[in-house]
Design a protein. Structure first.
Lengths: 114, 113
């Protein structure tokens, strides 16, 4: 399955580090999403981009900064994270961001903040 | 905003028996209800979905029912098999470009041999 890819697959970072997660979709979709999956809140929507425009920021702390340079790529820039930010970060894409679109998920990045 | 409740959080079923997972939603305007399956260590994948103009949909061993009046929908898996063991997520959303999809907290289904 190579429709939605994410790198890196695993990341360990200190609280003072700056890192970025990358997502790429090869499905010709126009909407991309970032989700946080943790034991406490499975599949928590963080950001939505429709046609490269951010249409949703679900009260996410500013230490998470998304970037969508084009409809195929999505980044999540991380800085000064907290241990509670450790989770699986899933990227997804859908045809055009309207509800009623199937979301295709990437394999996720397992993030550990030390 | 929309709120989706999912029950049970864990379900153990004997192989060959049926499993039922239930979800309720709060926004009566929601009109799209997908179910995702996430196997251990893998990404969530859509297994079935239903729209508000339909009361039931079936695909081989899985079916979904929707009761718009009561605002609840259910996933039914018949003749369960070991490969059905996974976490299942329900979700609800309403039509609109900027409307977001809200997921339930998931149900961990164990198929017992």
């Amino acid at each position: 399955e190579t429709g939605v890819t994410q790198t890196p697959r695993h990341l360990v970072m200190g609280m003072t580090n700056k890192k970025s997660l990358k997502c790429e979709q090869h499905l010709g979709h126009n909407a991309m999403y970032w989700y946080k999956q943790s034991a406490k809140k499975p599949l928590e929507l963080m950001f939505v981009y429709n046609f490269k425009e951010q249409t949703e920021n679900n009260s996410v702390p500013s230490r998470f900064s998304p970037e969508c340079p084009n409809s195929s790529h999505l980044f999540l820039h991380l800085h000064t994270l907290q241990p509670e930010d450790s989770a699986l970060y899933l990227c997804a894409s859908s045809q055009d961001g309207t509800s009623g679109d199937e979301q295709y998920f990437g394999p996720g990045t397992r993030l550990t903040v030390t | 905003g929309e709120n989706v409740e999912q029950h049970p959080s864990t379900l153990s079923v004997q192989e060959g028996d049926s499993a039922v997972i239930k979800c309720t939603y709060s926004d009566s305007a929601s009109n799209y209800f997908p179910w995702y399956k996430q196997e251990l260590g893998k990404r969530p994948q859509l297994i079935i979905d239903i729209r508000s103009n339909v009361g039931e949909k079936k695909d081989q061993r899985i079916a979904v029912t929707l009761n718009k009046t009561a605002k609840h929908f259910s996933l039914h898996i018949t003749e369960t098999q070991p490969e059905d063991s996974a976490v299942y997520f329900c979700a609800a959303s309403k039509r609109g470009r900027d409307d977001k999809i809200i997921f339930g907290k998931g149900t961990r289904l164990h198929i017992l041999p």
